[in-house]
Structures are given as C-alpha cells and as structure tokens.
Design a protein around this ligand. Structure first.
Ligand code: PEP
Ligand code: MN
Length: 359
C-alpha cells in the first residue's frame, strides 16, 4: 500500500502514520517528494489495514499497489530514480557509459584499458575480480588483488568502479573497494546475496538473468530495495531463446517495458548479449534509442590475450567510435552522454577512508 499524505502534512502526522504501520506488522518506506510525502507500507497486509491507515489525520489516501513488487514499482515512485555512483549520476536524464575488461587480469593491462575507456568517454570503469565461470577450470578472477588494482586504477583516472560479487562471504570485502556492486545474471535469484548487497547501502548493479521474466527480475530488485537500499541500477544483458547464432538474444523490448513498470534506471549490456564484437555497437545504439540510461561494454587492448570473453571485447578505437555514434543517438532521444569526471581520485576519497567505510 502507499499512504499518500496531504499536501503540507505535519511531521508529527507523518511520524504517527509510521508508528501505526509498524504496529500493523508492516515496514515503512518513506519518500519525501517536492510536493507531498508518500509512505510505502510493505509486508503481509490485510484488507482492514487500508481502512485503519485511511482514518489517520493528515492522510489523503491509501492506494494498494497491484504489482507483486512494491518498492520497485512506478506506482510507489512515479518519477525516475537517480543513483549517484562515486559522483556520476545514473538515471538523471543522461546516458552513462561503463567500460572495461571482463576480468581484471593484471595492473598493466587494466591501466591501458582504463585509459582507453576514459579517452573514449566512459564515466565508470568495470572489471571483474570474482568471475562466475561456467567451468570450474576457467580463470576465476584475481580476488582481493584484482579489487585493489581496480580501485587504484579507477582512482588514477577519476573513474568510479563497478565489480561483481558472487558470494555472500565476499560482500563486505567488495563493498570496501567498489563504488557499485554488480550482481551478475547467474545470481539474479540468489536471494541471500541480493539481501546482503542491499544491506551494504552501496549502489548495486543488478543484471537480468538470461532466463528470468521481467516480473521475476523486478522481484529480485525488490529484495535489494526492501533492505532500505534505493541505489539500484538494472541491466538487460540478453536472454536465452531458440536462436543459436549469438551468445544470447538481446531483449531490447525489455528496456521500455522496464521503464514503464519501474522507476529504476536501466542499462543495456550488448557485449554479453551478443558475444561478438562486430554486433556490440548496433545493439548499444538500439538500447539507447529504446530509452536505456546507460551502456556497459567490455573492451580490451588485446582481445586475443584476454582471459575471458575476448571475442566480445571491443578494441579501443571501436569503443571510441561506439561512443561517438551513441552521442548522436542520445541526442536524437533528448539526452546527452555523461562525460567522465575529473582525473584524480574518484569520489574524492583516499584509500584509507574508503577502506574503513561501508555505507
Ligand atoms: C559480467 O558482466 O562480467 C558478466 C559475467 O555478465 P553477466 O552476469 O551478464 O553474464
Ligand atoms: Mn564478460
């Protein structure tokens, strides 16, 4: 249910509604808008709850949310959400580019790739330190060493960093080094992991699973949001269909549907969707034309030596070309590419502070 407070409702009235929501065994989610306050009441609710809340002074109306996901729904939060990732705003009407290698491999190559990512126009650097691989014999990532390299290189180039976590036990560690924590397609329904990253309060980048419906995907988003963490970014990265020509099928229709159903920003990841570099640019352009708030792509200075996903990695000049063309498409849909921040430490924090802080 959404409790819509009257315009100008007083603070004691708002607090009283919150108290009553708690007494009913529900959890409140407060959203103070420019004109009025709305309070989400989420939990195992009964029909009489609506009547009780409607009778409280200062309440304008109580509206049930029809969708099974509540906090993620547009009904709860009609305007687009914005997520600040180390100083870069996602969902603010601009198009954000995230680029980097599939995996952090070594400092030198990460440095070269980050330089190319930034030069091409990426505002955020990506790179996996914990890799979810289909085979247990494949490279699993550098772990802590990879996180440290990513942090240092990101800081040097003034780029906030996003990296994946695959296990609950590593969430705290990854949260210490990352500006945004990625949950990959394979963990989209790992509900313990979703709750855990929700609890960090850090921005979360949640990929759609390749076999999850949009409805199931938004229920996964709800797990993160229900921990009180509103800093959530979604990403369409391709689904399984009967088509075998490409790695997955890029579901571009998911972009407007997700925009319609939720206020959360939505990215596209054409690299994992198609698996071949020659098609990445076309899909990226299509994603932004369909309304995506950003694009995540994999790039590599020497894809044939990449430890994973080499065939889909763009070369630096291909990435720069993609960014130029994307700027035109962004303009056509009334948006602009968000430029990288100033060089130097991303987010203006030193390693010590960052290391000590999990917020
Ligand atoms: C990735 O981004 O590195 C990745 C593994 O993506 P996905 O979870 O979409 O396969
Ligand atoms: Mn990859």
């Amino acid at each position: 249910m959404i409790v819509v407070m009257q315009h100008g409702a007083s603070e004691p009235q708002i607090q009283h509604v919150i108290e009553r929501i708690r007494q009913l065994g529900l959890t409140e989610h407060l959203s103070r808008g420019e004109f009025r306050t709305v309070i989400g009441a989420v939990g195992d609710k009964r029909p009489e709850h609506q009547t009780i809340l409607e009778a409280i002074d200062g309440v304008e109306q109580v509206v049930p949310i029809m969708k099974p996901y509540k906090l993620a729904s547009r009904e709860f939060h009609p305007v687009d959400s914005q997520v600040d990732v180390g100083g870069v705003t996602i969902g603010g009407g601009g198009v954000v580019l995230i680029a980097g290698p599939c995996a952090v491999e070594n400092r030198q190559s990460l440095h070269t790739i980050a330089e190319a990512a930034r030069a091409g126009g990426a505002a955020i650097l990506r790179g996996g330190a914990f890799k979810p691989r289909t085979s247990p014999y494949s490279f699993q990532g550098l772990g802590l060493d990879g996180l440290k390299m990513l942090r240092e290189v990101g800081d040097e180039f003034g780029m906030p960093v996003v990296t994946e976590v695959v296990a609950v036990k590593d969430v705290e560690l990854v949260a210490r080094y990352a500006d945004m924590i990625q949950i990959g397609a394979r963990n989209v329904q790992n509900f313990n992991l979703l709750s855990e990253v929700g609890m960090t309060g850090k921005p979360v980048f949640l990929k759609r699973g390749f076999a999850t419906t949009i409805g199931e995907y938004l229920m996964s988003a709800e797990y993160v949001l229900s921990q009180g963490n509103r800093k959530l970014v979604l990403c369409e990265r391709g689904i399984k269909t009967f088509e075998t020509e490409l790695r997955f099928t890029f579901d571009v229709s998911a972009v407007p549907v997700i925009k319609h159903n939720t206020h959360l920003p939505i990215f596209v990841d054409p690299s994992h969707a198609c698996g071949r570099r020659e098609f990445v640019t076309a899909l990226a352009l299509a994603g932004v034309a369909a309304g995506a708030d950003g694009v995540m792509v994999e790039i590599h200075n020497c894809p044939e030596e990449a430890m994973c996903d080499g065939p889909q990695a763009l070369l630096p000049e291909m990435f720069a070309d993609l960014a130029r063309r994307l700027a035109d498409v962004a303009k056509a849909v009334g948006k602009e590419l968000v430029p990288p921040g100033p060089r130097g430490r991303a987010g203006g924090k030193d390693h010590g502070e960052r290391g000590a802080q999990i917020n």
